[in-house]
Design a protein around this ligand. Sequence first.
Ligand code: GUN
Length: 171
Amino acid sequence: MSQRTANAQALIQALDLQSHVEGGYFRRTYQADHREMLDTVGGPRYLMTSIYYLLTEQSPVGQFHFNHSDIVHFFHLGDPIEYSMIHADGSLETLVMGNDILAGQHLQMHVPGGIWKASRLLEGEHGFGLISEAVSPGFDFADMEMGDRRKLIAQFPQHRMLIEKLTRDAD
Ligand code: GUN
């Protein structure tokens, strides 16, 4: 095992992370269970939840997925992470989270609900990238949809290559 892989494994252990269905690793760190639940069209939700989210060289992609909730992302450690976001009108937004602020990387990113989002670990000296997400209304799998490659390409044919790179091949 390379030193980079060992470092990423140590981080997964230290933060007690599990594999995420999108790719990468996560752990829920907070849910607002001391407050009343929020009524949403999908049912009751926590006012807010938060997670750690880690990408590594072994699992470098968070696949395209859709969420109804708003999500604030905070970069912590490691190599930069590139985010691709497809808006409802088909426009593509790309943003890099990382700590090289002077090179235009972002420590925070705010993503309103209703957007398809994917993430990809960029080359760097660490072999991992760690962020946190605060989600409101709180995360619930019922508010989230994993991107189906065929359906997404049919909906956004202009982004075919990107979608192929950042979704799982179901075939
Ligand atoms: N994505 C953002 N927040 C969460 C969460 O609490 N759980 C899961 N599984 N995914 C998330």
